[in-house]
Design a protein. Structure first.
Ligand code: PHE
Length: 451
């Protein structure tokens, strides 16, 4: 596909919704609460918010600028702008990140199907906190059931991808995102009335500065990049479908704002319940799946709420999965000049193999460990805490130092037709702030020196 024939997102709202669709997903509702729970709550939240503001929004904008400028897949985009042998290869890292994220993300997305199913069968509302916890462990470590849902999720994603960019992505995200938002608000109100509301809110919003260590900072940074889908080429690929009138600074800010609000809402739903039902906030990836059934169990028509919630969560995950898949598919399609269908099939098969192993690594293959982590945890760790920050750092260096400043500013301001008063600050952030902060956080985590 050459650059002129690439389809573009039709409506303005479609553009924002597709980007929000990628950003909002399990990262906000599953990963954010569990990372916050493991990393001291309020302290984590504070650093996370700072990371979104100082690094997230500028990186998001940098990705969008590159994408719209290059109008091609995320690997070719770097090459088109720079012939430098190192810089032209940055895009590969993003494609690899997306493939690896697909590996564990699809597994968790599959769990949402199981919970929809359990809502219908009624299992989700009858039980004690211990029973809910046990049934999640039994399910997620069993070999076949999670695999079935995971593969079903992958097939869904595949079908949407081969349905075409515009129709598939735009339609799915425009409809479902607002609904998810409303439901989260309703659940928030419910959580605020629970006995443990005060304790939960204090945990989430009151920073305990003594809890901050290098691991907390790295986790918060990783979560910011992960949640905004940065450093993996997603926003480069999506912005390559943007039209030239799109106001990118405004779009980037809106996407970040919506994404962060969803994470906050999820936190307000989860933590009051965690303290009400005596759940350990530090238990990791299980947290949300163990907490939510307790919430639904105390609601009238709990199984109906539960079904709707997991349905919307499944859809939010699908819109993120689509974006991950699309990055790899667009690359395979344009690089190897194969049809969209063939490219999508190759990607689905590769992701399928990874997801099978990632899912099994929670049960029968749990003893296979690298650095103390099973494959599922390893994929999550390597992508969010290493590859995405590195990808973002390289992107910012690339946009700040390799690209001519006038070209950057022209694209950013739609050739001077937009006024954006932060443009100068933005350039400084790309050139210095993001690269230095990411490097410091890495070096600090490695223990070479401590803040
Ligand atoms: N941002 C998505 C979420 O929060 C996950 C994602 C990461 C999607 C990277 C695409 C690329 O769920």
């Amino acid at each position: 596909m050459n650059s002129d024939s690439r389809t573009t997102f039709k409506s303005k709202i479609g553009i924002i919704m597709a980007a929000v669709g990628s950003a909002v997903g399990l990262g906000n509702i599953w990963r954010f609460p569990y990372e916050a729970g493991q990393n001291g709550g309020g302290a984590f939240l504070l650093i996370y918010l700072l990371c979104v503001l100082v690094m997230g929004i500028p990186t998001l904008l940098a990705e969008m600028t590159l994408g719209r400028m290059a109008k091609t897949n995320s690997v070719e985009a770097f090459r088109r702008v720079s012939k430098h042998p190192v810089f032209s290869r940055i895009g590969y890292l993003g494609v690899l990140s997306c493939l690896l994220i697909l590996g564990f993300y699809t597994v968790v997305a599959g769990w949402t199907f199981q919970y929809m199913w359990e809502s219908v069968s009624g299992d989700i509302v009858g039980g004690t906190t211990e029973q809910f916890a046990q049934s999640f462990v039994d399910f997620s470590t069993s070999p076949f059931q999670p695999l079935f849902w995971t593969l079903l999720m992958l097939v869904f994603t595949h079908l949407i991808i081969i349905g075409g960019v515009q129709k598939g992505i735009e339609r799915a995200s425009k409809l479902m995102m607002p609904l998810l938002f409303v439901l989260l608000v309703v659940l928030c109100v419910n959580s605020l009335m629970l006995d443990g509301a005060r304790e939960g809110l204090l945990f989430l919003f009151k920073p305990d500065f003594s809890a901050i260590d290098s691991g907390v900072v790295l986790s918060a940074m990783g979560q910011a990049f992960f949640s905004l889908s940065l450093g993996a080429g997603v926003m480069i690929t999506y912005a390559s479908y943007f039209e030239k009138e799109v106001n990118m600074p405004r779009t980037a800010t809106t996407v970040a704002l919506l994404d962060t609000s969803v994470a906050l809402l999820a936190g307000i739903v989860i933590f009051p319940a965690v303290f009400t039902f005596g759940i350990q906030p530090t238990q990791g990836p299980n947290l949300v799946f163990v907490t939510l059934p307790n919430i639904f169990a105390q609601l009238p028509w709990g199984s109906v709420w539960s079904f709707i919630f997991f349905l919307l969560l499944a859809l939010a995950s699908i819109t993120s999965l689509i974006s991950l898949h699309q990055v790899v598919t667009a690359y395979v399609e344009e690089e190897f000049r194969v049809s969209n269908r063939k490219a999508a099939l190759i990607v689905t098969c590769a992701a399928g193999v990874l997801t099978v192993f990632a899912s099994l690594s929670l049960g029968v293959l749990n003893d296979l460990r690298v650095g103390g982590m099973c494959l599922f945890d390893l994929l999550d760790f390597v992508t969010a805490k290493i590859m995405m920050p590195v990808g973002s750092l390289l992107l910012c260096v690339f946009m700040g130092w390799r690209l001519e400043k006038s070209a950057l500013l022209n694209e950013l301001t739609n050739y001077g037709t937009l006024r954006w008063r932060w443009a100068k600050v933005f350039v400084v952030v790309l050139k210095y702030v993001v690269p230095i902060l990411v490097t410091l956080i890495f070096v600090n985590e490695l223990g070479v020196f401590k803040f």
